[in-house]
Design a protein around this ligand. Structure first.
Ligand code: KIV
Length: 281
């Protein structure tokens, strides 16, 4: 007899209901092993289009395709049991019309098994968000610094300072009114993040937007310190995996060159009775 073990995943309405409660925990993941690591600790796992920069070495997220998101979405799906999985809609896959957005979001959901999508834009995307949510596609919005608009902004700059705060406030209200179940706030001043978090009825998930938000998201590779040369102010490093990996690789190279690896314990003997397993001597 075998017991089936089934863990119920967090749903978009459950995330929405967490407004003002215990902060929501979200990290990105792009692969099965990382999804397995983050799943027990996160409410939400985002397959972000940051995958293009983080894993594929692209200079921005603009060249990320729907097929890339589907490939990484499928990989992440295999590693998740309980967190809500959200997949980013890449640049060019939703801006043209609500119909285009629906077609591509439906593909993302059907092929990856994600329960929601994320797309960038505020007021300008409200009609699209409304169209998707009315047709069974839960949407997480993304406002403030929207990296797909890097060329319009002229860089990855803080948004919503001074008079510009009204634009971001309008965006926040527009996506909430359109039916988004949560909204990512990227790189906005603390005062604005607090004001909008108090004003709108859906959870705000901050990245570079202070602890005033209803939750936080980081790119997992950033908080693990995978990149030795990338240290944005809004990232806290919880590990230095880049440095550790570099030291480990240097150690391996040294050992190979000095014939210290493989050592006796890594080598197979020639006893025909030895058990044919990974561990057999
Ligand atoms: O693509 C991404 O990883 C994101 C998060 C940083 C919010 O959009």
């Amino acid at each position: 007899m075998s017991a089936t073990h089934h863990v119920r995943a967090v749903t978009p309405p459950e995330v929405e209901a967490r407004k003002g409660g215990i902060p929501l925990v979200c990290l990105t993941a792009y692969t099965t092993p990382v999804a397995r690591l983050v799943d027990p600790h996160c409410d939400i796992v985002l397959v972000g289009d940051s995958v293009g920069m983080v894993l594929h070495g692209l200079p921005s997220t603009l060249a990320v395709t729907l097929d890339m998101m589907i490939l990484h979405g499928k990989a992440v799906r295999r590693g998740l049991e309980r967190a809500l999985m959200i997949v980013d809609m890449p640049f060019g896959s939703y801006e043209e019309s609500p119909q285009q957005a629906f077609r591509n979001a439906a593909r993302l959901m059907a092929e990856t098994g994600c329960a929601a999508v994320k797309l960038e834009g505020g007021e300008s995307m409200a009609a699209t968000i409304q169209f998707l949510t009315a047709r069974g596609i839960p949407v997480m919005a993304h406002i403030g610094l929207t990296p797909q608009a890097v060329n319009t902004f002229g860089g990855y700059k803080v948004q919503g300072r001074g008079d510009d705060s009204e634009r971001i406030a309008r965006d926040a209200n527009a996506v909430a009114d359109a039916g988004a179940f949560s909204v990512v706030f990227e790189k906005v001043p603390e005062q604005l993040a607090r004001r909008i978090t108090d004003d709108i009825a859906i959870p705000t998930i901050g990245i570079g937007a202070s602890a005033a938000c209803d939750g936080q998201v980081l790119v997992v590779d950033d908080m693990l310190g995978m990149f030795t040369d990338f240290r944005p102010k809004f990232v806290k490093r919880y590990a230095e995996l880049g440095q550790d990996a570099s030291a480990a690789i240097a150690g391996y190279a040294r050992d190979v060159r000095e014939r210290r690896f493989p050592a006796a314990e890594h080598v197979f003997g020639d006893n025909p009775k030895a058990v044919d397993s990974e561990d057999a001597a």
